[in-house]
Ligand binder design. Structure first.
Ligand SMILES: [Zn+2]
Length: 45
């Protein structure tokens, strides 16, 4: 089952059902954006 990447909005096949990003790059980008706004971690949401 494919999912939409939370960062780039592209469809991807998650390896893990908790995966919300298509790649490590997207994950890092999203984390970098979060760092500037809030200190909540993605996996806690
Ligand atoms: Zn992505």
């Amino acid at each position: 089952m494919s999912k939409k990447c939370k960062q780039c909005k592209k469809e991807f096949e998650p390896k893990d059902e908790l995966d919300i990003f298509c790649s490590q790059d997207c994950k890092e980008e999203a984390l970098a954006e979060l760092d500037s706004g809030s200190d909540e971690c993605l996996s806690c949401q």
